[in-house]
Each structure stands twice: as C-alpha cells, then as structure tokens.
Design a protein around this ligand. Structure first.
Ligand code: GDP
Ligand code: MN
Length: 419
C-alpha cells in the first residue's frame, strides 16, 4: 500500500519480511568492505583504494603490477555491466600492468556510472579499487541477512553467482539454499558444511568454505550488520574460495556502538536531503511524488502517506519530526522540504500529544520568513496547545489552508496542487 518502499536490501525481498524501513540503511564501499574482511579473516584478494590515476598506478605497483582488476567505487551493484555517461563501458576492468590500471582509473574517476541499480541519474565515481585479480572457475552467491519473518538471521546461498539473485529466485528457485541461523547459538559449523555441500564445495574446497562462512558470520554479528551480500563468491582455478564483491548494510539502531563503521560513512553517496535531515535529528526519506509531508510520529507519517494516495496524490517524502522537536528542528525540516524542486505542495499533519502545536507553527513561520513560500500549504493541527498554534499561523499572514481532519487535509492539498 502506501508504505514507503525505500532502501530495502534487495535480497531481503526473498525472505518476504517487512518491506519498509524508517531510514535508509548505512552502506559502505567495497574497498572498505575489504578492510573489514581482512580484519575478520574473510578470504578476499588484496586491494588498495585510489582517488586519482597516479594513485591507481602506485596502488597497482604495490600489488605486484600485474593481474589486477580496477573497480569503480559507488554504493550500487551491477557495475560490471554498467556504462559511464561519457560512453566508457563497464565499472569493472581486468588490467595487466600498472600503466593500464592508471589509464582505466582515469577513464572512471570524475565520471558518472549508470547501472541497473543507480537509476538513470547514475552515481559519480570519485574512488576506484585496485585489487589482485583471480582466475574464476565458478561464481557463487552467499548472503547473510536480517530475517524479519523468522525474527532472526538467515543465510541465502546459490550456485548461480555473479547475477541478479531476484532473477534466480524467480526462474530457478531450486538453486537457492536458505539456512535459518539460531538467534543465540549463531551459524553452526554443521550449517556451514550443509551450505558448502549445496554449493558444490567439496574435497579440498570444503574447509576453506566453512572457514569463510564462519568468519563472515562473525563479522556480520560483531559489526551489527543487517546485510552482508557476497556476489560473487568465487572458486578460483587455484582451488581457493574468495569473496570477490561485497555489499553491506548496518543496523541503524546499533550504529552508536559501531564507531569504526560510522567512520566509513560516505555522505556523498546518500540523498542530500536525508543527510541534512539526519544532521538535525529528523527522520526523513525522500520519495518520488510531489506532496511534502511534515508529520509527528512514524505511524501518523505512514497513515498520512496512505491517505494522500487514497486521494489520488503522491507523497514527496516521509518526514517525522518526532514527539519532542524544537522550533529550530521544525524550521529546518520545513526548509529541507522547500529545498526540494519536486515538491509542489505541503501538508502539515500534527497530532500534538507530547508535541506542542505552537512549536510546530512557530517553526513553520520562522522557516517561511527566511526562505519564503510560493506553494500551497495545508495545515491540520490537533491536540496540545492547538489554539495557540492556529493563532500563530493566522497572525503570521501566511496563506494557510486549514484542514479539519486527516482526510479533509489530504483532499485539500491534492486539490490545491491540481488547481
Ligand atoms: P558488480 O557488477 O557491481 O556486482 O561488481 P562485481 O565485483 O561483482 O564484478 C562483476 C563481475 O566482474 C563479477 O561477477 C566477475 O565476473 C568479474 N570480476 C570481478 N572481479 C574479478 C576478478 O578478480 N577476476 C575476474 N576474472 N573477474 C572478476
Ligand atoms: Mn557483484
């Protein structure tokens, strides 16, 4: 329904769990994932990050100067099959010497890479990973993720690596193995062996595979991840099992105790509106519609989005100022909304239980005095100190359309935009 379907770790859709989050989960780059792999003993080819062609040459030389791979670092998958906006093909290239590494890095850096996960706007590449390349015998898939439907964590593994796991799930579900991890015992050695067997990792591949799975579980648990996806997990012609790519998501509620992880955050990869909102302690998620919502409480925010849709409108965002927001927070929230060019109208829907309605009103007036307002604004205020709030708005001279209740307000903003 109208629930925001944003930032869902793609693989979690396979588990059929809850499909919405109140925040986009934190993500890291592949070169940073490699640092975590090294720390936790997860086998993965050595690599170095580079921000210029010269750095790429130096990194390539450090790694032995031959048999290397250059990979664009963006928070999105599908890089191998992606295309840069300047026409350069592929965000993953095998190279044979340092000069070539520098050349390819030069083609990628400062350019925008479009993949099936970035959307048509693409993502700017400001760093590349130079890594030792391996000769691949077989590509597999391995992921550990939070499994809401079982209230624990699960492993998803498949013999079909290097491709879209959703596609595998749809066309050949028998090629996917799922193992539910006991919430307190963790991933057990027998489970690792079972997964290895399902992936065809037998003989001398068995022990390295079990070691990799346990190390990855350890890393997942210690770093409070909500998703670690290795695609591909590669079997090399040398008979090794290595993680060749990695996608991480972290549990936002645990970030306070993950200082090292937070230090890896790259805000240039995130929605600038969400970054600004998080600086002010606001819960904000950008959406595709044109009606901005300023609401207190996540439940009311979702109900507001639903009712906007019911009236034929589309929400531009999910913004929850919370129960104890200050005038400054409300004013900043309003400015973030006004700074979004897609927004064509604003709906403020406040039910003041803890929240003082007048604080909301003062925050709105302060923001508008600073940056102006040319869009229709519908306000529905109810609850704590509502009369003072209405008075503040009335005396401000702002052109406010007042909504009687939730449905009335939603209908009015949809109509105001259509007019
Ligand atoms: P993604 O396209 O963003 O998922 O990036 P990946 O890191 O998964 O790379 C895409 C594909 O490039 C992989 O599926 C592999 O087929 C190939 N690839 C990546 N690293 C290597 C490597 O070290 N050696 C070889 N031969 N192929 C690689
Ligand atoms: Mn991949």
């Amino acid at each position: 329904m109208g629930v925001p379907m944003v930032a869902v770790p793609r693989a979690s859709l396979l588990l059929g769990g809850t499909r919405h989050f109140l925040q986009s989960p934190m993500n890291i780059h592949e070169y940073q994932a490699k640092e975590l792999f090294a720390k936790y003993g997860v086998a993965s080819p050595a690599g170095r990050v580079a921000a210029s062609a010269a750095e790429a040459v130096a990194a390539a030389n450090e790694l032995g100067g031959a048999g290397l791979v250059v990979k664009a670092q963006v928070h999105a998958g599908g890089r191998g099959k992606g295309t840069f906006k300047n026409g350069f093909k592929g965000g993953v290239h095998l190279v044979n010497d340092a000069a070539q590494a520098g050349e390819i890095a030069g083609q990628m850096l400062g350019q925008t890479l479009v993949t099936h996960q970035t959307g048509p706007e693409g993502k700017l590449v400001s760093k590349v990973l130079i890594a030792k390349s391996v000769d691949i015998e077989k590509e597999l898939y391995f992921a550990i993720l939070f499994d809401r439907s079982n209230s624990t964590h699960s492993v998803i593994a498949s013999t079909e690596g290097g491709m879209n796991i959703e596609e595998v799930a749809e066309k050949t579900p028998e090629k996917i193995t799922k193992v539910v991890v006991h919430p307190t015992l963790g991933l057990q050695p027998y489970q690792c062996r079972k997964i290895a067997a399902a992936l065809g990792l037998r003989g001398k591949l068995l022990n390295p595979a079990v070691r990799l799975f346990s190390s990855l579980w350890n890393l997942y648990l210690r770093c409070d991840c909500s998703l670690v996806e290795v695609n591909p997990l590669a079997v090399t012609t040398e008979g090794e099992v290595v993680a060749l790519d990695a996608k991480f998501n972290f549990d936002d509620n645990a970030l306070y105790r993950q200082k090292d992880v937070v230090a890896m955050r790259d805000t240039s990869e995130e929605d600038p509106r969400e970054v600004a909102a998080s600086e002010f302690g606001l819960n904000y998620i950008g959406l595709d519609g044109n009606i901005a919502c300023l609401v207190n409480g996540a439940g009311l925010a979702m109900a507001t989005m639903d009712i906007i849709k019911l009236h034929g409108g589309e929400p531009a965002n999910f913004l929850d100022v919370g129960g104890g927001a200050s005038k400054e927070q409300v004013s900043n929230a309003f400015k973030i909304i006004l700074g979004d060019p897609n927004v064509k109208g604003i709906l403020v829907n406040i039910f003041g239980g803890i929240m003082d309605c007048n604080v909301i009103a003062e925050g709105i007036v302060a923001a508008v005095q600073e940056v102006g307002l040319s869009l229709p604004l519908v306000v529905r205020l109810e609850g704590n100190n509502v009369e003072a709030g209405k008075k503040t708005l009335a005396e401000s001279g702002l052109n406010v359309i007042s909504g009687d209740d939730l449905s009335d307000a939603a209908g009015k903003i949809v109509k105001a935009i259509a007019a």
